[in-house]
Design a protein around this ligand. Structure first.
Ligand SMILES: Cc1ncc(COP(=O)(O)O)c(C=O)c1O
Length: 462
């Protein structure tokens, strides 16, 4: 019985894949405060130019620098597992595979881009990075990468997760980073929110505002901001996951994939696995590609495709994306990494093109799936990852009903060993489902009412 498919270091993909090169319709540009497309130099106070070049690139393949690969070898290539034991429990004819991203030192897919971003910043002469973190996985990943590359790291962690997951802060400190709860009193953005909402659980939108402010107001000029998801270059760095997976499936003679699944907060782990398969779909393959979000934060399934800011204080350019509105404060569910008001523009564009089909799932179904996974495959999933697993189970059951030998692959984006409070609450029946009420959605959408609309949305074509 083959449980793991491994690649040697010399089989690692040496280029990232850029979906922007293959999308049937070109991406709509981010807009500045005047409503005109932004230029790369407008982003220069926030990001180093070498990453801005990747952000706007339409090259299909981008070389991965050798020094980045040398750091990634600490855990990559990541194994592809066949979920034999979950399949058996479900009595499904489907063959289920997962990329195990939980084996990275911080415990998720996030260091794939953290290492790349820290490396490019260092090349550009930057000495300090600032960032936000939701569940704490991204903050830990950037702390880890900065520690290996000798950069300073400052992390604004969403208040509710800061309280739910205290050991994440300790992990970040172990890698030498400084982590504070957001909103904090250290920034204007944080103080403004605290004045209005002193008891707020925080949000990724607020933490992003704080981290950008901390980078651009640093008088040394040697600080930049780093984002763990959403942007094109972040998704690009994650494609190593799907590119490895394809090599691994080929190695075991698995010729056709039917279903590709990943949970989606900002969209990076989903895209990392899925975009190389989206390319196949564009070229004619029949694949069902499913990003999964929580019903409490239904960006892809219920929010309009709009222009919106990536953060609450409206410091970022307007991005063309599905958005619940930048003032949205998500309910404090345990999947902290899935509590974001927007989604990556590349994911949004793939949705409107009909290349991927998003789905929303409740918290309790996700925890039930996570527990079944832990009791069969063994690894305790992160609450975000559980959303992907619950969808896999839905698809495996469907394959059984249809008596079809489907091949399903999903991204095991992270382990849940720092998220056990959520499990504790699940076992003691303290968790509830919280599908976002329609009136709350409509209220939150008011913050984007007067912003420009993407061309295609205006024409009603999408
Ligand atoms: C384990 C895990 N999975 C998924 C996500 C969601 O982020 P993204 O959609 O960018 O992959 C996060 C974010 O924190 C995470 O920690």
């Amino acid at each position: 019985m083959q449980v793991k498919v491994l690649l040697n270091e010399d089989e690692i993909p040496r280029q990232w894949y850029n979906l922007a090169a293959d999308l049937p319709t070109p991406m709509q540009p981010p807009l500045g405060p005047d409503g005109n497309p932004i230029t790369p130099d407008m982003l220069a106070p926030v990001f180093p130019m070498n990453l801005i070049e990747q952000e706007v690139s339409s090259e299909r393949w981008i070389d991965i620098p050798e020094e980045i690969l040398e750091i990634l070898y600490r855990w990559r290539p990541a194994p592809l597992h066949r979920a034999h034991f979950l399949e058996k429990a479900l009595d499904t004819p489907a063959r289920i595979y997962y990329k195990n991203e939980s084996i990275s030192p911080p415990g998720s897919h996030k260091p794939n881009t953290a290492v790349a971003q820290a490396w490019y910043n260092k090349q550009f002469g930057i000495t300090r990075l600032t960032t936000e973190t939701g569940a704490g996985q991204w903050g830990s990943a950037l702390a880890f990468a900065c520690s290996l590359l000798g950069l300073e790291c400052k992390v604004y962690m969403v208040r509710i997760s800061f309280d739910q997951k205290p050991f994440r802060k300790t992990m970040m400190e172990t890698w030498g980073a400084n982590c504070v709860a957001s909103p904090s009193t250290e920034t204007k953005a944080g103080n403004d929110i605290l004045a209005k909402l002193p008891d707020t659980p925080g949000s990724l939108g607020i933490a992003i505002s704080e981290a950008i402010e901390a980078a651009v107001t640093d008088e040394t000029g040697k600080s930049r901001y780093s984002l763990g998801s959403v942007l094109n270059h972040v998704l690009l760095h994650q494609t190593i996951i799907g590119l490895e997976a394809k090599k691994q499936l080929e190695k075991i003679g698995e010729k056709k994939v039917d279903v590709v699944i990943g949970c989606a907060g900002g969209g990076s782990n989903f895209s990392g696995l899925a975009f190389p398969f989206v390319q196949d779909k564009i070229n004619g393959a029949e694949i069902d590609i499913i990003p999964v979000e929580p019903t409490s934060c239904p960006t892809m399934t219920r929010a309009p495709f709009a222009y919106d800011h990536g953060d609450t204080a409206m410091m970022t350019p307007l991005l063309p994306m599905h958005s619940l509105g930048h003032e949205f404060i998500p309910p404090p569910i345990h999947a902290g990494g899935l509590r974001y008001h927007g989604i990556a523009p590349l994911v949004s564009q793939a949705i409107v093109e009909g290349l991927i089909n998003p789905r929303a799932l409740d918290q309790l179904e996700s925890y039930q799936a996570a527990v079944l996974f832990a009791r069969t495959e063994g690894i305790i999933p992160a609450p975000e990852t559980s959303h992907a697993i619950a969808t896999v189970i839905q698809e495996a059951k469907k394959a059984k009903e249809e008596a079809k030998e489907k091949v399903i692959i999903f991204n095991f984006s992270g382990h849940g060993l720092m998220d056990l409070t959520g499990y504790e609450k699940f076992f003691s029946d303290q968790l509830v489902d919280y599908p976002l009420p329609e009136d709350e959605l409509q209220k939150s959408l008011k913050s984007i009412e007067n912003l420009p609309k993407p061309e295609a949305a205006k024409s009603g074509r999408w």
